[in-house]
Design a binder for this molecule. Structure first.
Ligand code: FAD
Length: 459
C-alpha cells in the first residue's frame, strides 16, 4: 500500500526518519502542502518564501533522481493530505513532528482521519525529552543545557533509504512557479541569491567548510567583521540538514569552539521547548506586567512610525544598527551579535514593542523561525520566560567598538567607507555627509526606556 510522506521543515533525504520509515513500508507519495491560512500571522514571509521555492525545487530533483517526486498542494493541510491519500489508496501518513501551533493542530486532526505516524527528526532531543527531576519541562536555558549535555550523545543518524518505490498512479501536483513564492515587486532577492546556495547538498558543503573553522568559534563568533559562525541557520530551519547530522560530523573535533557551538545548537532545541510549552510566545509577553509598558505606537504616532521605518531601512544614524538592518535586507541574514544590538535598539531606544521587530524579522530573515525568533526577541526585551533584564540597555556605540565592527560597517554602510576606525562607530557631525543624524541620542533613549519601565512597575 502507498505510504504518504508529509514534508514540512524537513526538506532532506538523509537522516529523515519519516522518509526512512515510509520507504521501508511501501511506495512513497511525498506531499508538501502550502497552508498560509492556518499559519495566519506566521505564514511564511518574503525571504522564507524565496528559500522555500528553491529548497522544494532542489529536493524535488533529489526525488526525481530516485524516480520519485514531490506532490505540491495548496490549501488546508489536513484536507489535502486526506485527498491525496484517497487518490492513491493510502491509509498511513508518515511525518516528522513539528511544534508550531498550527501544525500541532493539523497533526491532531489528521490523526483522527488517517493513521498518522510521527517521528522525531528535527532536534537533537525532541521537546518533552529533557525534563527536570520531577518530569516537568525546563523554563530556563542553563539547566536545560546541563541536562541536555548529560544525555549526549544523541541518536545515530538515519541513512537515506536505499530505494524509494513509486505508486502505480501519481496524484496531481501543482507547479511550483504557480505558487508565486519569488518576489517581484520589489525584487530584493538579488542579494539573497548571490549570498546563498539552497538545498541539502549546499548545506553539507557548508558543513564541511565549517568543520575547519569550528575550533575558532569561541573567539570569532561575536565579531561581525569576521565570518565566524556556521551560517547553517536557514538550512537547519528548513531541515535541509539536521542538528544530529551536524553533531555527529563534528563530534571528533572537540574544542572550546565546538563546546560553545554545541551550546548554540541546544539553544535551538531550547526555543522549541519554549514554544511547546507556550504556543503563543511570538505574540504574547510571557511576563504579563509588561502588557502595561507604554510603547510608542507606530499605528497612532507618526514620529514612531517614521522611527520604525528608519530602523527597517537601516537609517537610524547608529552605524552598527544600520549595518545590521541593511545586511538583513540585502542578504536575508544578520550576524547574531548585531541582531541583539538592533533588537535592543528598537525596543529600548525607540521604545517600540518587540512584536513589531519580531514581525519584521519574520518577513526578512531566511532563517525566520517561529520558536527561535520569538525566544530571542523576548530574551532581549526582558519579557520572556528566560530573559535579559529590561533595564540592561545595550549601548550600541560601545558594542560596535568592543566587537570591532568597523569592517562590517564599511561593507554595509558604504557612505561611511572613508571614516577612520576611530570615527566610524559614532561619526562626528562634520563627517556624516548624507548619513542620517541619530534618531535619538543614546542617553535620551536610555532614559526614556527606563522611565517607561518605572511607570510600568508603578502600575
Ligand atoms: P551559529 O552561531 O553558527 O549557530 C549554529 C546554529 O545554532 C544556528 O544555525 C542556529 O540554528 C542555532 N542558534 C545559534 N544561536 C541561537 C540562538 N540565540 N537561538 C536559537 N538558536 C540559535 N535564529 C534562527 O534560527 N531563527 C530566527 O528567526 C532567529 N531570530 C533571532 C532574533 C533575534 C532578535 C536574535 C538576537 C537572534 C535570533 N536568532 C534566530 C538566533 C541567532 O542569531 C541565529 O540562529 C544565528 O545568527 C544564525 O547564524 P549561524 O547559523 O551562523 O549561527
Amino acid at each position: 500500500e502507498p505510504q504518504i510522506l508529509w514534508l514540512r521543515r524537513d526538506l532532506r533525504m538523509a537522516d529523515n526518519p519519516a522518509l526512512h520509515a515510509a520507504a521501508a513500508q511501501g511506495p512513497v507519495v511525498a506531499v508538501y502542502v502550502l497552508d498560509d491560512e492556518a499559519a495566519d500571522h506566521h505564514a511564511y514571509g518574503g525571504a522564507s518564501r524565496w528559500w522555500l521555492h528553491h529548497s522544494l525545487e532542489s529536493l524535488g530533483k533529489s526525488f526525481g533522481k530516485r524516480n520519485s517526486r514531490i506532490i505540491l498542494r495548496r490549501g488546508d493541510a489536513v484536507e489535502e493530505l486526506c485527498k491525496v491519500a484517497k487518490e492513491v489508496g493510502a491509509g498511513t501518513v508518515h511525518a516528522n513532528r513539528h511544534y508550531e501551533p498550527w501544525w500541532r493542530k493539523a497533526q491532531g486532526k489528521l490523526d483522527e482521519k488517517l493513521d498518522l505516524q510521527l517521528y522525531d527528526g528535527n532536534y537533537i532531543f525532541p521537546p518533552g525529552f529533557i525534563t527536570t527531576g520531577s518530569g516537568d519541562p525546563y523554563k530556563i536555558y542553563t539547566p536545560f543545557y546541563k541536562s541536555s549535555k548529560a544525555k549526549f550523545p544523541p541518536r545515530d543518524t538515519v541513512p537515506e533509504p536505499e530505494t524509494i518505490s513509486s505508486p502505480e498512479n501519481w496524484p496531481d501536483s501543482d507547479v511550483i512557479s504557480d505558487w508565486d513564492l519569488l518576489p517581484t515587486k520589489p525584487d530584493w532577492s538579488g542579494g539573497i541569491a548571490d549570498f546563498w546556495e539552497v538545498g541539502e547538498d549546499a548545506a553539507h558543503t557548508r558543513l564541511s567548510e565549517w568543520e575547519d573553522d569550528v575550533a575558532d568559534y569561541d573567539d570569532q563568533r561575536n565579531l561581525p567583521s569576521i565570518d565566524g559562525s556556521s551560517r547553517l541557520s536557514p538550512h537547519l530551519h528548513f531541515g535541509e540538514i539536521s542538528p544530529i547530522q551536524i553533531w555527529h560530523a563534528l563530534k571528533h573535533k572537540r574544542s572550546d569552539g565546538w563546546e560553545t557551538y554545541e551550546s548554540e545548537l541546544v539553544w535551538r532545541d531550547y526555543a522549541q521547548n519554549v514554544i511547546a510549552q507556550f504556543p503563543a510566545y511570538p505574540s504574547e509577553n510571557y511576563r504579563e506586567d509588561y502588557d502595561r509598558i507604554a510603547w510608542r505606537n507606530p499605528d497612532k504616532d507618526e514620529e514612531a512610525a517614521g522611527d520604525l521605518r528608519a530602523w527597517q531601512k537601516g537609517q537610524t544614524g547608529y552605524p552598527i544598527v544600520d549595518a545590521g538592518m541593511r545586511q538583513l535586507w540585502q542578504t536575508g541574514w544578520m550576524h547574531n551579535r548585531v541582531r541583539m544590538i538592533a533588537a535592543s535598539f528598537l525596543i529600548k531606544h525607540l521604545l517600540i514593542d518587540w512584536r513589531r521587530g519580531e514581525q519584521w524579522f519574520w518577513d526578512t530573515l531566511v532563517d525566520a523561525d517561529y520558536a527561535s525568533n520569538a525566544t530571542n526577541w523576548q530574551w532581549v526585551s526582558g519579557t520572556g520566560v528566560d530573559s535579559n533584564m529590561f533595564v540592561r540597555i545595550m549601548a550600541p556605540l560601545s558594542q560596535s567598538e568592543k566587537f570591532d565592527a568597523a569592517g562590517y560597517i564599511r561593507e554595509y554602510v558604504p557612505e561611511l567607507n572613508d571614516l577612520s576606525d576611530a570615527d566610524i562607530h559614532d561619526p562626528p557631525d562634520e563627517k556624516r555627509g548624507d548619513y542620517p543624524d541619530k534618531l535619538i541620542p543614546h542617553k535620551a533613549g536610555r532614559e526614556r526606556a527606563l522611565e517607561a519601565y518605572r511607570a510600568m512597575k508603578n502600575g
